[in-house]
Design a protein around this ligand. Structure first.
Ligand code: GLA
Length: 379
């Protein structure tokens, strides 16, 4: 739904004009997978898909929220009794975020919210983080809160961890809040400091959704987190950020083989992420290409979060782009999307190749998005 229609629908539902129209983007992670909750490095970009909210304040302490994309379902609750909603799953992102926000900003009052978005759901492009950050931006603007992007990201993550029940890291919320147009962001997930860098003009960000129906995502994600914590404990470091390969080898007998391989992924992925940020800055695309290929292999063999159709996509795209671009799975894993950095003159060849072979090999139908890097909600 476009913004004019959203505004019109807000007016006809709430009998007033919205005071604010806010937007928060989804994201794609260029490299640095599962490193965020290990205190490591990630290198995402905010993308031109996101969540829009038309909003106004109310004189009472009620929240009245409408989800356009869920058949205009309506969810109403009081700021004084925010509980988990078993019926309308989407509403828990609104409820959770507002509950967390109230701790720090008890002065907030009620609001009318009309919400729509175009981030593909369940594709690993952070539709939920974009939703959370959009709600936070709406309240920040409506109530003139002293809320910066990092604080907003932490509140969004807390809502997702403690209210919705998914133990994600900080990457998705932080890039949705603090992305920059045309740039990727190297984020240090321990200090929460970050640095932006221009993405090369001659490369497009191509995202290919495998449309694999994702199962067991939360349980496998949580299991990976536990295994990483186990590895860190076996090496007596605070987090895997503080481990290196010699230490891992020295402690190998203290952990099971899967736990050893999970740690090896994180340690090598942190290095690849920092290296890729530098290589992109220096225009060394062959090095970026190699790092993305190694990242994918590490996710496949050591972290074991890829699936066959995703491996196949990476294989056929890498045959087209060679060392002039890069390709790897992006996001939490077990389905979802592949991200490719593709020279502009090879985009149609990538698209044609995927259209020609993916369906006949896997029986699935892909969706391809040529994306741009966008500004975050709080940048
Ligand atoms: C999901 C989580 C992020 C991050 C990625 C994997 O997107 O929400 O915090 O852990 O998986 O890199």
């Amino acid at each position: 739904m476009d913004q004019t229609t959203l505004t019109a629908q807000f007016a006809s539902t709430f009998h007033q004009q919205p005071a604010r129209l806010v937007h928060a983007p989804g994201r794609v992670n260029l490299i640095g997978e599962h490193t965020d909750y290990n205190g490591g490095f990630v290198f995402p970009a905010a993308i031109n898909f996101g969540t829009w909210i038309a909003a106004s304040t109310r004189d009472d302490r009620q929240i009245d929220a409408v989800a356009v994309d869920f058949d205009n379902q309506r969810n109403q609750f009081s700021l004084d009794a925010i509980e988990f909603d078993e019926q309308q799953g989407w509403a828990n992102y609104v409820r959770g975020v507002i509950k967390m926000l109230q701790h720090d900003f008890p002065q907030i009052g009620g609001a009318n919210l009309m919400i729509t978005g175009n981030v593909p759901q369940g594709a690993g492009l952070s539709s939920s983080a974009s939703f959370e950050i959009a709600v936070l931006k709406a309240f920040s603007d409506l109530y003139d809160l002293n809320l910066d992007g990092v604080k907003a990201a932490l509140l969004g993550q807390k809502a997702e961890n403690d209210f919705v029940g998914c133990s994600c890291g900080i990457m998705d919320q932080l890039i949705s809040a603090m992305g920059e147009e045309g740039q990727g962001m190297l984020l240090d997930c321990e200090s929460l400091t970050f640095e932006h860098s221009n993405l090369p003009d001659d490369l497009d960000i191509v995202i290919i959704n495998s449309n694999v129906k994702r199962g067991l995502v939360d349980s496998e994600y949580n299991l990976r987190r536990q295994q990483c914590e186990e590895a860190a404990a076996a090496m007596q470091v605070k987090s895997l950020r503080h481990a290196d390969l010699p230490l891992l080898e020295a402690c190998r007998d203290n952990m099971s083989d899967p736990v050893y391989r999970r740690a090896r992924h994180i340690i090598t992925e942190n290095q690849r992420t920092v290296d890729t940020f530098r290589s992109l800055r220096e225009g060394d695309i062959a090095a970026v290409s190699k790092a993305m290929a190694e990242s994918h292999a590490s996710m496949r063999d050591d972290f074991e979060i890829t699936v066959k159709p995703i491996d196949y996509l990476v294989e056929i795209v890498s045959q087209v782009v060679g060392n002039k671009g890069g390709v790897r799975m992006t996001g939490g894993g077990f389905g979802g999307c592949v991200v490719a950095l593709v020279p502009k003159n090879l985009v149609s060849e990538v698209t044609n190749t995927v259209n020609k072979f993916y369906h006949s090999e896997t029986g699935l139908k892909q969706t391809i998005y040529v994306c741009s890097a966008e500004k975050g909600a709080f940048s």
